[in-house]
Design a protein. Structure first.
Length: 215
């Protein structure tokens, strides 16, 4: 099962220093019920409760800027905590005193870093797919609703995504769609709807005509 990754502006990402010298990073790497556009014609929503079981496994690690050689905190040594509330997944990390830990803490403090990514896996039983049509553009949108993560291996404060935005969107689309149920065959034996690439082009044309509306 391949690890998928999402990037977002971390809500409430902030730091503080405690009297005993501990460096603390807090914020929401995952927000519930927020519709995210992965690609024209493909949206994703994470439901409350989706992360509960994965977080209980206690295997999540906080890495600096995606680098698995630069761990800032980890659940296994109780320096990283994460739990669900009504808003999303809230994370609290006691950052290590390593060079990258201090550097990351300082970068967040100075607002040089305000984005996060999180990795996850999800099996077919942990997601639902629906199709909607935009009332204004007529664009067809596949909506993936994640109801249960199989795992959440990491969170990561990032100065910028590891790949360009287009590459991230393409990777996200491909990984998300590999679990999408196949459309039933039409009367002539062809898949219902249009070919994926053709539909992407049509969606982009509709977006252009409607002043950049994604859906």
């Amino acid at each position: 099962m391949k690890i998928e990754r999402r990037y977002l502006s971390a809500e409430g990402l902030e730091i503080r220093s405690e009297e005993d010298g501990k460096l603390i990073v807090e914020g929401y790497p995952i927000i519930f019920n927020e519709r995210t556009i992965l690609w024209p014609g493909l949206a994703e929503i994470i439901k409350p409760g989706a992360a509960a079981e994965a977080l209980k496994e206690g295997r999540t690690v906080l890495f600096w800027n995606h680098d698995t050689n630069q761990p800032m905190a980890a659940m296994k040594n109780s320096t990283l905590e994460a739990w669900e509330d009504e808003k999303g997944v809230f994370m609290r990390a006691e950052v290590s005193g390593s060079e990258w830990g201090r550097r990351g803490h300082e970068a967040i403090k100075n607002k040089l870093v305000d984005q996060m990514s999180f990795g996850f896996t999800v099996d077919r039983d942990g997601q639902e797919w629906t199709t909607e049509t935009d009332s204004e553009t007529g664009a067809v949108v596949d909506v993936r609703t994640i109801t249960k993560f199989s795992s959440i291996p990491d969170f990561s404060p990032v100065s910028e995504p590891a790949y360009s935005t287009t590459e991230i969107q393409a990777r996200s689309k491909d990984l998300a769609l590999q679990d999408k149920p196949e459309s039933p065959a039409g009367d002539e034996g062809t898949p219902a709807g249009v070919d994926s690439e053709k539909r992407d082009i049509e969606q982009l044309m509709k977006i252009h005509k409607h002043r950049g509306r994604l859906i």
